[in-house]
Design a protein around this ligand. Structure first.
Ligand SMILES: NC(=O)C1=CN([C@@H]2O[C@H](COP(=O)(O)OP(=O)(O)OC[C@H]3O[C@@H](n4cnc5c(N)ncnc54)[C@H](O)[C@@H]3O)[C@@H](O)[C@H]2O)C=CC1
Ligand SMILES: NCC(=O)COP(=O)(O)O
Length: 333
């Protein structure tokens, strides 16, 4: 890490999930993993339920840097009622949303150099009136960016994927896919590869939608009618874009070596290969924002919460990636 690492904000996510545990374990490993300083944002009880380490309650993020060596700095957002690990509640969902709001605000105001969001349960948030598909779209809205102009990138050591459509029923995907949306996600991805990863001439591989990328129209016409025109436009803008590729053959090792990111048509097309290869260290990164936002690739894992079984490596990778992007942006604008 750089000699002056940036301070980051980390929301704990749902207090009944594994977010508090993986954030605490990441802090425990801060020296071994050379993590930058961060301030956690969330419910103090959710941490003390699962962790015996030292908490440093702070009232201002400015206090966090000095506290970080000796205790996990926490901006407390107490839940209205205590929640037990593995047992989500409305109070916990409200707390996760308030923590997200505060942590995103710290990044937007410049008090922190970026935000890492802990896992939330989408169905819990929907049940308290959350109207965004996920945290990605929430953060975009808070930053004044249209959801179609951001991209959810899942990044691991040998693969980066971006789904064009995110959280919607599979049967609705074809109706939502448009050439304009594919182009927009492709453009955000290509610029993000330049801006956040320092790849001067990024290569984007675009997946088909149907089996065998439509088999020349015999197995579906989305490739011909929607995807090929989007690829042609991006190429005409000068980008290195290939496809549409049959999705089943674009993720093996030698195929992955031919591109910097894969643009996929729907959630599972992008997330299955990433999690199959890199579940333990996968990072979810939102491209196209004025701020830096990352998250671990996993969810709330209510099935193991409170059992000391949660692996903190994806959270640590998300913290590290946010710091790397912040340092890169500081140097290159
Ligand atoms: N960024 C976010 O906020 C995300 C939130 N979710 C939410 O999480 C909830 C649960 O989703 P699932 O599909 O069950 O995915 P999940 O990632 O929570 O769990 C899937 C499986 O992986 C295991 N697992 C997950 N993270 C782990 C870790 N760090 N260490 C060890 N084992 C781990 C779990 O125990 C479970 O068996 C959903 O409500 C979903 O909305 C899911 C993905 C991302
Ligand atoms: N499956 C990825 C995921 O759920 C991440 O969503 P988001 O809350 O970061 O938008």
């Amino acid at each position: 890490m750089s000699p002056h690492p940036p301070l980051l904000a980390v929301s704990l996510g749902d207090p009944a999930g594994i977010g508090p545990e993986v954030v605490a374990k990441a802090w425990d490993s801060r020296r071994a993993l050379d993590l930058p300083p961060f301030v956690a944002v969330g419910d103090p009880r959710s941490l003390s339920e699962v962790w015996d380490g030292p908490l440093a309650i702070v009232s201002d993020p400015g206090e966090a840097r000095a506290a970080f060596d000796h205790g996990l700095p926490l901006l407390a957002v107490p839940a209205a009622s205590a929640s037990s690990p593995g047992q989500p509640s409305n109070a916990g969902a409200h707390c996760s949303l308030d923590s997200l709001e505060l942590a995103v605000g710290l990044a937007r105001s410049g008090s922190c150099a970026g935000v890492i969001t802990g896992p939330v349960a989408k169905h819990q948030l929907y049940s308290i009136g959350f109207s965004h598909p996920g945290q990605t779209e929430f953060v975009a809205e808070r930053c004044g960016v249209s959801p179609s102009n951001v991209a959810m990138m899942l990044a691991g050591p040998t693969l980066r994927t971006v789904p064009v459509t995110t959280h919607l029923p599979l049967r609705d995907v074809a109706a939502v896919l448009t050439t304009g949306l594919i182009e927009a996600r492709g453009r955000v991805t290509l610029r993000g590869l330049q801006r956040s990863f320092g790849i001067a001439n990024p290569r984007l591989a675009v997946a088909g939608f149907n089996p065998h990328a439509g088999e020349n129209g015999a197995l579906g016409r989305e490739e011909i009618e929607l995807i090929e025109p989007a690829i042609a436009t991006l190429r005409a803008e000068g980008w290195d874009v290939t496809g549409p590729h049959p999705a089943d053959t674009m993720f093996h090792g030698s195929a992955r070596a031919r591109y910097d990111a894969a643009l996929c048509m729907y959630h599972d097309q992008a997330l299955i290969p990433l999690k199959a290869l890199h579940f333990e260290e996968g990072v979810n990164l939102t491209l196209g924002l004025p701020i830096i936002r990352t998250a671990p690739d996993h969810g709330t894992a209510f099935d193991i919460a409170g059992q000391d079984r949660a692996d903190p490596r994806a959270m640590a990778a998300a913290i590290r990636m946010a710091a790397t992007c912040a340092i890169y942006r500081l140097a290159h604008g």
